[in-house]
Design a protein around this ligand. Structure first.
Ligand code: IPE
Ligand code: IPE
Ligand code: MG
Ligand code: MG
Length: 317
């Protein structure tokens, strides 16, 4: 059943449809400011439109739908997670952090709007995320109790135990010799936490609990780590995945990454192992989990050849 549905699942079409839906919903939140021509609004919009891959909101939709939530209930939360992601990228590119001039092949926000305005645009998106999901009108399908639980989960993933803490460790590790455990901790926090929160929040909106929540959390943890390893392999190879634009200008900096610590070959082996774990976390689910399986293959497959045969074995394993 799994291998048949795998062949039939059209990920390109799925990603296109889902990102268009997310974009429309984001437009609903970020297109309606009074005086939207003000620079700060333009800078916030610049950071989020035209979008990237919309991986996190799409993961949230896929996870929520696996456990039976309707798209309309998930969308406010999906938009919030993308706003947080967009803020993190605007700040990540600033001279005080990665000092990148390019983002998604275009000038980074601070190159267009200046550092001060880029800083504020990031702050604005972060605050807006929580504004959106605490709005009882747009999240009316979720109880106040669940809304608070989700806000707590999302703020934890964005905070010092998650994204911000990971970025701080990443900054401190620059130019230092670091071991693999440190690299993993950086990845799990700076990138993994928001991805984990995305799939968990989707499941929570759907009312998932117990073993379902444990399994989807395992999937989120593996995927968060896999995502950053894949991104770093692509960076290290100076390459970009097929069909994607160059992500950044790749200034020469010594970053703590999987490939820089263990080498490309071992990094790729680890990615392949993570794909096996990702697929086995979803073993229990049938066709409804196909979007999550396909997303895992896509994220890993951007950086590693996951060839048909070995994949089939993994899928059935
Ligand atoms: C890039 O994330 C930053 C990392 C966490 C590695 P994405 O690759 O999801 O960025 P966009 O939004 O698609 O450009
Ligand atoms: C980005 O990590 C992680 C966050 C923004 C939290 P990187 O710095 O490795 O990602 P890119 O290469 O700039 O997209
Ligand atoms: Mg960075
Ligand atoms: Mg960066």
């Amino acid at each position: 059943m799994t291998s048949i549905s795998k062949r039939k699942f059209d990920l390109d079409d799925y990603l296109k449809r889902r990102s268009a839906t997310v974009d429309r919903a984001l437009e609903g939140y970020l297109g309606k400011y009074p005086g939207a021509s003000q620079t700060i609004f333009r800078a916030m919009r610049y950071g989020i439109f035209p979008g990237g891959k919309r991986i996190r909101p799409i993961l949230m939709l896929a996870s929520g739908e696996l456990f039976g939530a309707a798209e309309s209930r998930l969308l406010p939360f999906a938009c919030a997670v993308e706003m947080i992601h967009a803020y993190s990228l605007i700040h990540d590119d600033l001279p005080g952090l990665d000092d990148d001039d390019l983002r998604r092949g275009e000038p980074a926000a601070h190159k267009v709007f200046g550092e001060g305005m880029a800083l504020l645009a990031g702050d604005g998106l972060l605050a807006e995320a929580f504004h959106v999901i605490s709005d009882t009108e747009s999240t009316c399908a979720v109880s106040a109790e669940l809304a608070v639980k989700i806000i707590r989960e999302l703020s934890h993933s964005a905070g010092v135990m998650g994204l911000v803490g990971g970025q701080a460790l990443d900054l401190e590790a620059e130019g230092q010799e670091v071991d693999l455990a440190t690299v993993e901790m950086i990845h799990v926090r700076k990138t993994g936490a928001l991805i984990l929160a995305s799939v968990r929040i989707g499941a929570l909106v759907a009312g998932a609990a117990g073993e379902d929540l444990i399994r989807i959390s395992h999937y989120g943890e593996y995927l968060g780590l896999a995502f950053q390893i894949a991104d770093d392999i692509l960076d290290a190879q100076g390459g970009i995945a097929v069909g994607e634009r160059a992500e950044s200008s790749h200034k020469e900096r010594k970053k703590a990454t999987y490939p820089s610590v263990v080498g490309i070959v071992t990094a790729k082996e680890r990615l392949t192992e993570l794909l096996r774990l990702l697929l086995s976390a979803l073993d229990r689910y049938e066709m409804q989990a196909e979007p999550l399986r396909a997303m895992a293959r896509y994220i890993v497959g951007r950086a590693v050849d996951i060839g048909g045969e070995s994949l089939k074995k993994e899928t059935h394993g």
